[in-house]
Design a protein around this ligand. Structure first.
Ligand SMILES: [Zn+2]
Length: 135
């Protein structure tokens, strides 16, 4: 039985989404401080969160729930019929997007929300190395 009302559930989902946005923001701040300049949510396959166009590097910040992080993901206890296919679709799309971008000579970097929460510096450092290598 579904224990959450529709209203509660959409509130939960909003929280999950905004947490991801805040996480992304903390990463962007560090990148900016490092002098890295990027575009946001470019109109290209998969709409990468952060794009370094001249060096063709696309960065995705993957929410641990939405993209089924192996470390944090917990299967929803309710409404499995709704969630499981939806999440399955997300992970399949991630793979398809990776393939599509790599075919067009892009480097795809994906980071989990929890990695960024733990250390935005570390993630920004990894991105900076890739950008430098391709510059
Ligand atoms: Zn995670």
């Amino acid at each position: 039985m579904d224990v959450l009302t529709k209203k509660q559930r959409s509130k939960n989902m909003r929280n999950i989404r905004s947490t991801n946005t805040l996480t992304e923001l903390s990463l962007r701040k560090v990148l900016w401080r490092k002098g890295l300049r990027y575009r946001l949510h470019a109109k290209m396959p998969g709409k990468p969160d952060i794009v370094f166009r001249p060096v063709k590097i696309a960065v995705f910040v993957d929410g641990c729930f939405w993209h089924k992080c192996p470390k944090c993901y917990v299967e929803p206890a309710t409404r499995k019929g709704f969630w499981l296919p939806k999440l399955e679709k997300n992970t399949k799309r991630d793979k398809a997007v990776n393939r599509m971008l790599r075919k067009q000579d892009w480097i795809v970097l994906r980071f989990w929300e929890h990695q960024i929460r733990k250390s935005p510096e570390k993630v920004a450092h990894k991105i900076a190395i890739s950008v430098k290598q391709r510059s």
